[in-house]
Ligand binder design. Structure first.
Ligand SMILES: [Zn+2]
Length: 391
């Protein structure tokens, strides 16, 4: 049995209010005991239980937090869209690119090239403290390319999402409903065995409410659990459908009616905020305060994708959420850890209470507050995944 003691922790975020102070379950001068990849004890260092043959790691007064749970990412793609970003940031309209550029590049890529891209981004995310990451398809948009995208994703994470309904591909532009039939028919048949979740981009220019409901309902019948891209570009029916179908999360949720906020606050659907997308498109941020004050469960995720948010950095998103979305530093850290776990319906991650996976991050800082107080600084000093040093 492997056993690890992380001692001399200046401040420990457990996300377990039974262990420490506030919603973060904060313990100062703390210690953490790990056995076989699971947390067996967390609390004040002075009360560390006796144990034999433990490896001891000295945190030297620095902070330890749960590994980030990034519940929204699009990692299976080829190429990048830097020219499109530069044009947008230079105030020039860009018409030739967009998601179709990525779809074309992804269809032409080999399995090995797609696999290498996912490996690279998952490793990059891990270095900034992300120990669990969800991954969607959505740049293949043919039966074969969606299925292989999911097979590639499944090689890197268990949190795999079928997003055949990302956009209508160019070859179906004249008959979008025929594409909806494919996405809920033969494409779903080919993809369901490789995925846990099903997602639809419900927004203007993507899929409408009836199409979204039809695709998600078909996915549920195949055992997939829905999540929805909702309210990114404008108001729409996405949130209402997400709550109606008991989706795990409604993501983006920038444009919300009062009824949407009420539905999120009273249902079991997590509101996942993706501030990297607003940052990278110079758009208005979602109103996190309104959601939290209403009682909704809020998650933060990076939305890594080559078009609208090409970042894997959750610390960056935490800083944005605090600076520009009126979240407190504690709320933002909770949303990026426990909130992400709730959005993935996982009880074993996102916290460091007994029984949790020992996915933990050592910060080169005395407190979690430094994640937003020192934006852009690489504060992640060490990452443990299942109790093993991973980065
Ligand atoms: Zn997305």
């Amino acid at each position: 049995m492997s056993s690890l003691l992380i001692a001399n922790i200046g401040s420990l975020v457990t996300n377990d209010p039974g262990i420490g102070e506030g919603p973060l379950g904060l313990v100062r001068d703390a210690a953490l005991v790990v056995e076989d990849g699971r947390v067996v004890w967390a609390g004040p260092g002075s009360r560390t239980p006796e144990g034999a043959a433990r490896e001891r790691f000295d945190a030297a007064g620095r902070a330890v937090i749960p590994g980030f749970v990034d519940s929204h990412a699009h990692l299976v793609f080829a190429g990048d869209r830097a020219p499109e970003f530069e044009a947008r940031m230079s105030g020039r309209p860009y018409t030739a690119g967009g998601i179709r550029t990525t779809v074309a590049a992804t269809r032409q890529a080999t399995d090995g090239e797609l696999d290498e891209n996912v490996r690279r981004l998952v490793a990059e995310a891990l270095r900034s403290g992300t120990t669990t990451i969800e991954c969607k398809s959505g740049y293949g948009l043919t039966v074969e390319d969606e299925a292989r995208s999911l097979r590639v994703a499944a090689g890197h994470t268990p949190e795999v999402t079928y997003l055949g309904a990302h956009v209508v591909p160019p070859e179906y532009a004249a008959d979008p409903d025929a594409y909806v039939d494919l996405a809920r028919g033969a494409m779903l048949d080919a993809c369901a065995p490789h995925a846990k979740w099903i997602d639809v981009f419900c927004d203007r220019g993507a899929f409408d409410g009836d199409q979204t409901r039809a695709i998600l309902t078909a996915g549920k019948a195949r055992g997939l659990v829905p999540r929805v891209h909702a309210g990114q570009l404008g108001p729409g029916p996405g949130v209402a459908i997400a709550v109606e179908l008991d989706a795990a999360s409604a993501d983006h949720v920038t444009h919300l009616s009062d009824a949407d906020v009420d539905a999120l606050a009273s249902g079991g659907t997590v509101a996942t905020l993706l501030p990297g997308a607003e940052f990278s498109t110079r758009s208005r941020y979602p109103d996190a305060r309104r959601l939290i004050d209403a009682g909704a469960t809020v998650a933060l995720a990076a939305d890594c994708n080559p078009g609208s948010s090409y970042t894997t950095s959750i610390p960056f998103c935490v800083a944005l959420a605090v600076r520009d979305m009126n979240m407190t530093p504690a709320e933002a850290v909770w949303a990026a850890t426990m909130g992400g776990a709730r959005a993935l319906r996982r009880a074993d991650i996102g916290h460091l209470g007994p029984g949790a996976r020992a996915d933990a991050v050592l910060l080169d800082a005395p407190s979690y507050v430094h994640l937003s107080y020192r934006p852009g600084v690489p504060l992640v000093a060490r990452v443990w995944k299942d109790g093993v040093p991973a980065a």
